[in-house]
Ligand binder design. Structure first.
Ligand SMILES: C[S@@+](CC[C@H](N)C(=O)[O-])C[C@H]1O[C@@H](n2cnc3c(N)ncnc32)[C@H](O)[C@@H]1O
Length: 305
């Protein structure tokens, strides 16, 4: 991924692709990663071996800026969330902006025997990686969409940036039980967010659920709840001062490249969901000052029957 010269902070540091690290760092990380994985596997319960075996080899600093702990924790968190909100088996699941496929392994508990998980992403490297790495997992597939994102697209062009998002996901309308999307609406400006919420609404079955993460800011603003004295750039990244057009209900901390980090206020969230979804619950994550055990806010939305 392209390094960001103009914004030398988390958006560059954590989201820099692993492959762009200096060779010596790559070697070190690969070695540490492999040893960690081996030792962890020796001690793990058999159930946990599955997650260790499915974790990408290049887990640190990939497209989701993830750590090993974050990777595994998020799968457990979403497994519990899905189990407690969605009934039945053979679920059809779409993971919008799947990145390196964090939720693909855990999806297999819910898609059997006849459902499927489809990960969609704009990045060819992610889709190629996922298609190879999870080839042995049952009922998972990946699709590269031709859409544009100011932070994540592999090529930058003014023409692409202005293009209307593609409507051609390989998913039939009204066919999906659950749409997951972690850390994607947090990188979408209003026009795109409205487009994708509509697309998600279209593909869901009546009664289907969407679990989408956001940064939902309150007035007066709350600082992030996490304490991270060694990462002051995080406080800057989540300081959503600049309101974005057209509504002014979307905010960024990074006016040069707004997609680096985007928040909505309550009116922005309702602009997206009202008339489309019922808000089942809103979990309040740590980056916007919430008390729930996740880093972003999670909106659980239901398409009315
Ligand atoms: C922060 S990463 C999160 C990845 C993954 N969901 C996770 O939690 O590990 C955001 C992902 O969304 C993808 N993305 C951004 N805009 C997108 C769009 N319009 N359509 C599909 N994927 C998109 C990016 O390429 C990137 O892989």
């Amino acid at each position: 991924m392209r390094p960001r010269q103009a914004i030398p902070r988390l958006a560059s540091a954590a989201f820099t692709s692993f492959v762009e690290l200096p060779p010596v760092h790559r070697l070190l990380r690969e070695g540490v990663s492999e040893s960690f994985r081996q030792y962890d596997r020796e001690l793990a319960w058999p159930d946990a071996e599955f997650f260790i075996d499915q974790a990408p080899p290049r887990i640190w600093g990939g497209v989701g800026g993830d750590s090993y702990t974050g990777w595994i924790y998020q799968q457990g968190f979403f497994a519990a969330l899905i189990k407690s909100h969605v009934a039945g088996r053979s679920l059809s699941i779409v993971d919008f902006g799947c990145g390196y496929g964090k939720l693909a392994p855990v999806s297999t508990f819910f898609t059997g025997p006849d459902g499927r998980y489809l990960g969609i992403d704009i990045r060819q490297d992610c889709v190629d990686f996922c298609s190879r790495h999870y080839a042995a997992l049952p009922r998972v597939a990946f699709h590269r969409s031709g859409d544009y994102n100011g932070m994540y697209s592999e090529s930058r062009s003014a023409e692409l940036a202005q293009s209307t998002p593609e409507r051609e996901w390989p998913v039939a309308p009204g066919s999906v039980d659950l749409v997951l999307s972690v850390s994607v609406f947090t990188h979408l400006q209003e026009r795109q967010a409205l487009h994708y919420i509509e697309a998600i609404h279209r593909i869901l079955k009546p009664g289907g659920l969407a679990m989408l993460t956001f940064h939902v800011v309150e007035e007066p603003r709350k600082p992030p709840r996490f304490r991270s004295p060694d990462k002051p750039h995080l406080l800057e990244l989540f300081d959503f001062r600049t309101a974005l057009p057209p509504s002014g209900f979307f905010f960024t901390s990074s006016p040069q490249t707004p997609e680096d980090a985007i928040a909505v206020n309550d009116a922005g969230l309702h602009l997206l969901i009202d008339g489309r979804f019922e808000l089942v619950s809103l979990l309040r994550g740590s980056t916007t000052g919430g008390e729930d055990p996740f880093f972003q806010d999670i909106a659980i939305l239901k398409k009315p029957v």
